[in-house]
Design a protein around this ligand. Structure first.
Ligand SMILES: [Fe+2]
Ligand SMILES: [Fe+2]
Length: 255
């Protein structure tokens, strides 16, 4: 079975670009399962019910998020439905929503786990301990982990920690795609970051002028997303659904 994973969708422009690109990518790669990170899909950041709906309408089966996932309280009710909109699993137990989800396609089942890194990000539970706790409950061999994190070291360590125990570990959050896609020695597909879907001429999606102003003056600056053409980053992962081992990982950049 083939999985498409798409990086953080940024704003309305990112949602519209996803709508323009995802159906064709899905057909081109014959994807059976589509995972999209939607943590920045609402204008003004976070995810709202209408941006989640737009991502589902583009063809996503599961939406992951990250440190901005619970920023907008309007999304809490959708998170609580348990229909495949995830927030990181290693949040406090009182957080709205769930951190992992089983997608049932009848002939196979895939488990998607959303984790947040603990380096430079506030997490409640250590992601390594958290994923062990979840894996003890999961029965399908097909398991995909979106590790939403800042540090490549933590992501690589998680890749090796889960090598042979899950089908894929892919990073999100930095919005910059890394060129280190690989199959680890025991059959887990790995990439440190799959990138984003949003404005190309930007600082992680934000208008460069505003990012420069904040970083050069240290004064409070309201961020707005950049205008102009978009790009989409992601990966296709081919998995043997019987063993859960990855056969191939291909990096995708659509402009
Ligand atoms: Fe993001
Ligand atoms: Fe993030």
């Amino acid at each position: 079975m083939r999985v498409l994973a798409i990086g953080d969708v940024v704003g309305q422009a990112g949602c519209e670009f996803l709508r323009a690109k995802l159906p064709r990518l899905k057909a081109e790669y014959k994807a059976d399962l589509v995972i999209v990170n939607g943590e920045n899909s609402a204008e003004g950041n976070g995810i709202l019910p209408h941006s989640a709906k737009m991502i589902y309408d583009c063809g996503a089966d599961v939406i992951t998020t990250g440190n901005h996932g619970l920023r907008r309280r309007e999304i809490n009710e959708v998170m609580d439905r348990g229909e495949g909109l995830l927030r990181p699993a290693n949040y406090h137990p009182s957080a709205h929503g769930q951190g992992w989800y089983i997608h049932d396609a009848m002939s196979w089942k895939a488990c998607v786990i959303n984790l947040q890194g603990s380096v430079y990000l506030d997490t409640y539970e250590n992601p390594f301990a958290c994923v062990d706790r979840i894996l003890a409950q999961v029965e399908t061999p097909v398991i995909l982990v979106d590790l939403h994190g800042e540090a490549t070291s933590e992501k690589e360590a998680m890749g090796y920690y889960l090598d042979g125990r899950v089908s894929a570990v892919f990073g999100t959050h930095t919005h910059v795609q890394t060129a280190d896609e690989q199959i680890l020695p025991n059959g887990t597909a790995y990439i440190s970051d799959i990138g984003m879907c949003g404005p190309f001429y930007s600082v992680l999606g934000v208008d460069p002028e505003l990012a420069i102003r904040r970083l050069s003056t240290n004064l409070p600056t309201r961020f707005e997303n950049a205008q102009g053409p978009c790009a989409l980053g992601g990966v296709m992962i081919d998995i043997d659904e019987k063993t859960g081992r990855a056969r191939e990982i291909i990096r995708i950049q659509a402009r």
